[in-house]
Design a protein around this ligand. Structure first.
Ligand SMILES: [Zn+2]
Length: 352
């Protein structure tokens, strides 16, 4: 089976990367929300493997090892530091196995993954050295387990993203590096979104862009600005939620759709975002627009599900295994046009 490297694929068209494992595994009942540690690779490897397969079926070209938050600091927080390496290796092996058994036309790529450490502190050499060590060990395991590429993501400190890129680049594998600025629309170390991306390109990132925190509405304006100044390939992986200019990220996004809980919740993040979920057509619009301005690396982060990944892939012209089951309203019992649908059923549509 054909297996081109990441850049070859990007040079000739779109590449789809399904993300959002944290939210989806939590919804399936195998992870604690808030705590968000990906113990699933050890506790229920079959569940993680199956989600990878579903995303692959829906058109993901990349199987991203689920090691997000599976870093030394998080394992210390939950008192299970001794499980750090087994967790990482298990997640990598599950991803590798799914990638090696692709059902589509071209073999998937397996990606190792590092992300925001949440201990990075500006001008604090000790915390930065600690983060560098965390990145190094995780990248080492990813290379060991046969990663085809590396993804560094969800960085809200510019300098932390630069560090992640530096560590990833030492492996010579293709790199994707994406940032996730908060609602103030600037990195926490006061570097602008555009300047951060320019610097990441300068420092040799193969694919540079944005992921997480922002839905299509509040990510797209920045992607457009970044596209104007970058020459390298770009990535766009929004969350699947309707963020607004007033609340550009999902962290403080209110539920204005009429939540009926007797005790109103202060925020909806991360457990009550459901009413603000983007539908498939919104994701389709995002993908079409992003691809039309030259962003070839596309995906969905938190809130992703296989249906949205299929929509994204089809929006950029791909036919994927799950396309076989895309919607067919023609045969709907009331809204269809099939000649077997009785007139008295069709006539009732407006009252349904
Ligand atoms: Zn996310």
């Amino acid at each position: 089976m054909q297996k081109r490297d990441l850049l070859n694929r990007l040079n000739s068209g779109p590449v789809i990367c399904a993300e959002g494992f944290l939210f989806e595994i939590e919804k399936r009942g195998y992870m604690s929300s808030g705590e968000f540690v990906p113990m699933v690779s050890l506790d229920h490897p079959e569940v993680l493997e199956n989600l990878h397969k579903e995303f692959q079926h829906a058109g993901s070209d990349i199987v991203q090892a689920f090691t997000y938050n599976g870093h030394r600091e998080k394992m210390r927080v939950i008192g299970k530091e001794e499980l750090l390496e087994p967790l990482n290796r298990s997640a990598l092996r599950i991803a590798k196995n799914v990638a090696d058994n692709t059902s589509g036309e071209e073999q998937n790529l397996m990606a190792g993954n590092i992300s925001n450490s949440n201990i990075w502190k500006q001008d604090d050499k000790n915390s930065q050295l600690e983060v560098e060590k965390m990145f190094n060990e995780m990248v080492g395991w990813a290379v060991d387990e046969g990663a085809d590429m590396l993804i560094g993501e969800t960085f809200y400190y510019a300098e932390e993203a630069y560090m992640a890129l530096k560590v990833m680049k030492q492996t010579k594998l293709p790199t994707v590096i994406t940032i996730a600025p908060y609602g103030q629309n600037i990195m926490r170390d006061n570097v602008s979104i555009i300047d951060t991306c320019k610097e990441l390109e300068q420092q040799g990132g193969d694919v540079v862009g944005m992921n997480c925190h922002r839905g299509p509405n509040t990510m797209m304006p920045y992607l457009k600005e970044i596209r104007k100044v970058l020459k390298c390939h770009m990535a766009g992986l929004p969350i699947a939620y309707r963020t607004t200019n007033k609340n550009p990220t999902f962290f403080n996004l209110p539920d204005d759709n009429g939540c009926t809980c007797p005790t109103p919740h202060k925020t909806t993040f991360p457990t009550a975002l459901d009413p603000m979920q983007c539908n498939r057509y919104e994701i389709k619009n995002f993908a079409e627009e992003a691809y039309s301005i030259g962003i070839n690396y596309l995906g969905v982060c938190c809130g992703a599900n296989p249906m949205l990944i299929r929509e994204l892939a089809e929006a950029v012209g791909l036919n994927v295994p799950a396309s076989k089951y895309r919607e067919n309203m023609d045969n709907h019992y009331m809204f269809g046009i099939n000649k077997r649908i009785p007139k008295h059923i069709k006539d009732y549509r407006k009252k349904a």
